[in-house]
Write a protein that binds this ligand. Structure first.
Ligand SMILES: [Zn+2]
Ligand SMILES: [Zn+2]
Length: 373
């Protein structure tokens, strides 16, 4: 059986819906736009929903919501899909499968047509996931619609095709880009003692990283990945006056990430002052941990079983980050994985493209969650 779906689940999903979502996914693939530039993608999705559904569309500028409202609804449940692609050779390419995620979300829009669920449904089409900018902005909309629970999925290569991947607690790591800028005094290379070369403090900080991460690993994984470093310039007559170290720090828990950042900061300050140089810090690509709400996850598990979707317990959090973590501050949030296939090319690699054969699983998951909450 393909797609990890039982015969029961396959009957649940109409073929013409699956075909429409496949076609939409292919159109979105061709429109691929970078984070923060999802103009044509957003317009195409809005046009698709306007022409094929009676959902109320709320244009929020860079992103939008599609709203299913019922008189006397007792609660509101939201679903989120991302619209952005990754930068590639001057253009952009859907190397994370967000074309598939937003097509599946629009497919849920088709499935909501003429349905009476006893609850309102808000579909959030989010921009800027890859750089961590969109989720923070879009998450506020959960307050506006009084959303009680929000769900999303990510396709995940390396796991059985179409299976629902469930994880208690942290689903995806917290992470942060950190830039450490050391500055000293450049001088003639023949008289380095006349200046203050910050390269040595930067180098000592780099060699201290394994020890610092080891100490931060008490409750779960914490990592500091050396992304790059630069000391001075390619000028052989000058002793360096500046140095920059770039790190990506990540952890299963937000608290452990904060602790790791503090210890990296303290160590860098100590090493800088030892040599009489300055150090300053800047952060980018900030992602909170995506932590699944326990009760909502149990609901999702029951709903998957009822819909005939095969479930796999994921033994450890995924190391990558997802800005879906921001939504957990406003509602009970659950992100599930859907296996893209055991041998499917990994996310963010050049051979990757979204596996359309998992769309029936995604649509079944979304549709069952909309029906049963
Ligand atoms: Zn990605
Ligand atoms: Zn992604």
């Amino acid at each position: 059986m393909k797609s990890g779906l039982s015969a029961k689940a396959n009957r649940y999903m109409e073929q013409h819906i699956i075909d429409a979502v496949r076609a939409l996914r292919s159109e979105l693939h061709g429109l691929a736009e970078r984070s923060g530039e999802e103009i044509r993608t957003k317009a195409y999705l809005m046009k698709f929903l306007r022409e094929n559904t009676s959902l109320r569309l709320e244009d929020e500028g860079q992103w939008f919501c599609a709203v299913h409202e019922e008189p006397g609804a007792k609660e509101t449940v939201a679903f989120r899909g991302e619209m952005d692609a990754l930068p590639l050779k001057g253009g952009a390419s859907h190397l994370c499968g967000h074309d598939g995620h937003s097509a599946a979300l629009a497919g849920l829009g088709l499935l909501l047509e003429n349905r009476r669920l006893g609850r309102n449904i808000v579909l959030i089409f989010q921009h800027g996931e890859e750089d961590g900018t969109g989720g923070k902005i879009c998450a506020h909309t959960l307050e506006k619609y009084r959303v009680g629970r929000i769900y999303a999925f990510h396709n995940i290569p390396g796991w059985p095709e179409g299976a629902a991947l469930l994880r208690r607690g942290t689903f995806a790591c917290a992470s942060r880009g950190m830039v450490l800028s050391f500055s000293g005094t450049p001088c003639h290379a023949a008289y380095p003692e006349h200046g203050r070369n910050p390269g040595f403090a930067a180098a000592r900080l780099i060699s201290a990283l394994p020890g610092l991460t080891e100490r931060a690993n008490r409750n779960g994984l914490a990592m500091a990945t050396l992304i790059g470093a630069e000391i001075g310039a390619k000028a052989f007559g000058t002793s360096a006056g500046s140095a920059e170290v770039r790190l990506t720090l990540r952890a299963w828990l937000d608290g452990d990430l904060d602790a790791l950042i503090s210890s990296v900061t303290e160590t860098a300050r100590a090493e800088a002052s030892r040599d009489g140089v300055e150090v300053s810090f800047a952060f980018c690509d900030m992602f909170p941990a995506t932590v699944n709400d326990a009760a909502a996850l149990e609901r999702l598990r029951k709903i998957c079983n009822g819909a005939g979707l095969g479930c796999i317990e994921v033994p450890e959090p995924f190391r990558w980050s997802e800005d879906f973590g921001h939504y957990g501050a406003y509602a009970k949030a659950v992100m599930a994985g859907i296996g893209a296939g055991a041998a499917w090319p990994q996310l963010h690699t050049e051979n990757y493209t979204f596996n359309d054969d998992i769309l029936p699983s995604a649509l079944t998951l979304f549709s069952a969650l909309a029906e049963f909450g």
